[in-house]
Design a protein. Structure first.
Length: 263
């Protein structure tokens, strides 16, 4: 593998850790400890989920057994369950230990990236794409995310717990694209997080009644290109089964797999 491609893929893997740090800042009651190659996050809601109760190894030199022992100590036992994020390219030993300790692989998703701006897909002229610039826009984004991600198994009432400190979503490090209909109704959205050389795409979703109009693709493309405008060398995302084909059509390529484990 060319050195440049390998370097980008390593940055893409570690983007998830940076995004966990950002989500931590949006949850004032949360607790994050990062030390010795391990990141542990106790979220606002004690559920084993991304950016809530979760752990990831940030240094593959950390022995897998030690990583799990330290995570168990941080979360304090079975009454406080947590998820473990793994990357297929670097965590084979950790996945073996997870299996031995009774963790179940809950998701197995394509880790994807693109290293150049993407073409904007054409959508009907009745839709307009805007950037979130107000508290009302943030409320609209959270509403779209809550309804859209219910299709992926996240109960809609939990989504606001990710965004307790709403003014953080207006930070220059964050760009939120919202698709609205002619009457101004927010129907789709995507978030770009500007994290240096590697941008990240998160919270891409469309309300059920708006699906099939190309809105997720349009929001993703605009958010992706905003990350390149901000100096990213590449942009990464973890694709759900609902979004994978959309991202491939835009030019994202799969470079590995990422999984989430819990018990």
């Amino acid at each position: 593998m060319p050195k440049l491609a390998a370097a980008l893929e390593n940055l893409a893997d570690m983007n998830l850790a940076e995004v966990a740090r950002i989500h931590h800042r949006w949850q004032p009651a949360a607790r994050l400890v990062e030390q010795g190659g391990l990141l542990c996050h106790q979220g606002t809601v004690p559920i084993p989920a991304p950016f809530q109760n979760c752990m990831m190894r940030t240094d593959k030199a950390l022995p897998a057994g030690e990583a799990m022992d330290r995570a168990d100590a941080f979360f304090g036992g079975s009454s406080n369950p947590y998820a473990v994020h793994t990357f297929g390219r670097r965590d084979a030993d950790l996945e073996q230990v997870l299996s031995e300790r009774g963790f179940i692989r809950q998701t197995d998703l394509p880790a994807m990236l693109v290293d150049q701006p993407v073409s904007m897909p054409t959508i009907d002229a009745s839709w307009r794409l805007t950037l979130a610039r107000s508290e009302d826009d943030i409320t609209a984004f959270i509403h779209v995310s809550a309804q859209a991600y219910e299709s992926l198994g996240l109960p809609s009432f939990l989504t606001p717990s990710y965004f307790v400190k709403r003014d953080g979503l207006m930070d220059p490090q964050v760009s939120i694209v919202i698709a609205r209909g002619q009457d101004g109704t927010p129907t789709a959205a995507a978030m770009a997080l500007h994290t240096g050389e590697m941008g990240g795409l998160y919270w891409v979703g469309t309300l059920p009644q708006g699906r099939g109009a190309g809105l997720a693709a349009a929001c993703t493309a605009m958010a992706t290109n905003l990350a390149f405008d901000r100096g990213a060398r590449a942009v990464t995302l973890q694709a759900s089964h609902m979004g994978e084909a959309i991202y491939r059509r835009l030019g994202y390529r799969e470079y590995g797999r990422t999984a989430r484990w819990s018990r």
